[in-house]
Design a protein around this ligand. Structure first.
Ligand SMILES: [Zn+2]
Length: 104
C-alpha cells in the first residue's frame, strides 16, 4: 500500500501515508470494533490538519497538540499533561499517545 507514496518527508507524503493507514484500518473495522472507528475518526481529522500548511492559513490551536490542534480540550487534564482530550484519553488507557500512522 505504501509504494504509491512519493516522499514521506513532505506534507503531501505524510498525508498520503495517513490516508493509506486510514484505508487499511477502515477495511478492518466493524460495528464490533468501536476503538478502530475512533482511531479512524482521529486519523481523518489529523490527516485533514496535515494539509493546513499548504493552505497558507494559520490557525491558533485550542489544544496545543500537533496531532490534534483542533481537537477537543480536556477539561480535567493533569498539570503536566497537554490539553488535548484525544491524547489524554490514550494516556489514561495506557496507549501510545502517537497513533500508529504517525510513526510510519
Ligand atoms: Zn492530541
Amino acid at each position: 500500500m505504501t509504494e504509491g507514496i512519493r516522499r514521506p518527508d513532505t506534507v503531501l507524503g505524510r498525508f498520503q501515508a495517513q490516508l493509506a493507514y486510514i484505508n487499511d484500518v477502515a477495511f478492518e473495522m466493524s460495528p464490533e470494533t468501536p476503538e478502530m472507528v475512533v482511531e479512524v475518526q482521529s486519523a481523518l481529522r489529523a490527516a485533514a490538519e496535515t494539509l493546513t500548511p499548504l493552505t497558507g492559513v494559520e490557525r491558533a490551536s485550542s489544544t496545543g497538540c500537533s496531532l490534534h490542534p483542533e481537537g477537543a480540550v480536556d477539561p480535567v487534564a493533569p498539570p503536566t499533561w497537554g490539553r488535548c482530550l484525544l491524547c489524554n484519553t490514550r494516556r489514561r488507557r495506557g496507549l501510545d499517545v502517537q497513533p500508529r500512522w504517525s510513526q510510519i
